[in-house]
Write a protein that binds this ligand. Structure first.
Ligand code: NDP
Length: 331
């Protein structure tokens, strides 16, 4: 199945409908040679965006990706790579969205990734201790210097994004182009409700994360926690706790019912859940995560399912999920 390309919001950048990220996986589960293999499989399938962050494995994820990009030798104008700034280190100057840390984080990410510009650069979370204007100016400077092509946010509220946009326009600097929110069958509010106005008003693009809710939407946790899975990793007990709490158990029950919808379509639940994310035109790219090449191959194959998501199929999924966000009164 040919890759689909979507505009990153109103920008002219066309990103692949599926992209590849490295959170949890690179360094902890995926070493250099597996990273090379995964990125090659992704690129050969048409993926043109690789997502990263200064926080992932304390910079080691970017180093692995940088070495892989070098080894693979993809032409620099054929792919996009990102980083995110917020959690750089423990010192006060190494975190948050101050002009200093935004500047330092961008340069450190370029060094680790071994590139001379970042295609996408995200503010990984809002920083309540830095005026938005300071961050907007710092991002605007990086864009003007050619070190960042598009900047954006991750898990900012609609109000914060709108404020950043307004400030950028009034200062005559580049406004944020994209947001990176969590979006999957179990987590819908921001993409489907909160940001609605922003898609029309400022042409916001979205690069969505955890499309399988860390693997829950593959059904792999319905019979317990497999030893080689994310939830079994010692540093991710907090995720495991979420799956096993009351809400988590409710979700697993829904996952069991969704599995039957996938079976009726003769496909896997992972593919169904990924294609479901792509049914939304608000989604510019779905960032895939994979600890094994076979997972990645399966997930990339989900594009084939997209045309088969009929109204009836989508309605049966809605009935099971029972979490359709209410449209805002003013929209
Ligand atoms: P997913 O929700 O898709 O989870 C991916 C994990 O699920 C894999 O690592 C694997 O874990 C398991 N999995 C994936 N496919 C399959 C399959 N077919 N069968 C069985 N298990 C499967 O995405 P991530 O949570 O990894 O997020 C994707 C990307 O989004 C990240 O890499 C990162 O770039 C970005 N992100 C951004 C955040 C932000 O704050 N901006 C936050 C989180 C992620 P395992 O094999 O270990 O069980």
């Amino acid at each position: 199945m040919d890759m689909e390309y979507r505009r990153l919001g109103r920008s002219g950048l066309k990103v692949s409908a599926f992209s590849l990220g490295s959170w949890v996986t690179f360094h902890y589960q995926v070493d250099d040679s597996l990273a090379v293999e995964c990125m090659k499989v992704a690129y050969d399938a048409g993926v043109n965006f690789f997502d990263n962050a200064e926080a992932y494995a304390q910079g080691r994820s970017e180093e692995i990706m940088g070495r892989a990009l070098k080894k693979l030798g993809f032409p620099r104008d054929s792919y996009c790579v990102s980083s995110k700034v917020f959690w750089g280190g423990d010192l006060p100057t190494q975190r948050g969205l101050s002009r200093k840390h935004v500047h330092d984080a961008c340069h450190a990410a370029m060094r680790r990734l071994d590139v001379d510009y970042l295609d996408l650069f995200f503010c990984h979370r809002p920083d309540h201790e830095t005026p938005i204007e300071e961050t907007v100016r710092a991002m605007g400077d990086l864009v003007r210097q050619g070190k960042v092509l598009y900047w954006g946010t991750s898990e900012w509220s609609a109000d914060q994004i709108a404020r950043a946009h307004g400030i950028a326009i009034s200062l005559g600097v580049d406004p944020p182009t994209m947001e990176q929110p969590q979006y999957n069958m179990l987590h819908r509010e921001r993409v489907e409700r909160e940001y609605l106005q922003l898609y029309d008003d400022i042409g916001l693009g979205t690069t969505i994360w955890s499309p399988l809710a860390s693997g829950i939407l593959t059904g792999k946790y319905n019979q317990g926690v497999p030893d080689d899975s994310r939830l079994a990793l010692p540093d991710y007990q907090w995720l495991r706790d979420q799956v096993l709490d009351e809400k988590g158990r409710e979700n697993l029950e829904k996952v069991g019912r969704l599995q039957r919808v996938a079976e009726e379509l003769d496909t896997s639940l992972a593919k169904l859940a990924l294609a479901w994310c792509l049914r939304s035109t608000r989604v510019s790219t779905v960032i895939l995560g994979a600890s094994k090449v076979d997972q990645l191959r399966e997930n990339l194959d989900a594009l084939e399912l997209l045309p088969r998501l009929s109204t009836e199929v989508l309605e049966s999924i809605e009935t099971i999920l029972d979490n359709t966000p209410e449209p805002p009164a003013t929209y």
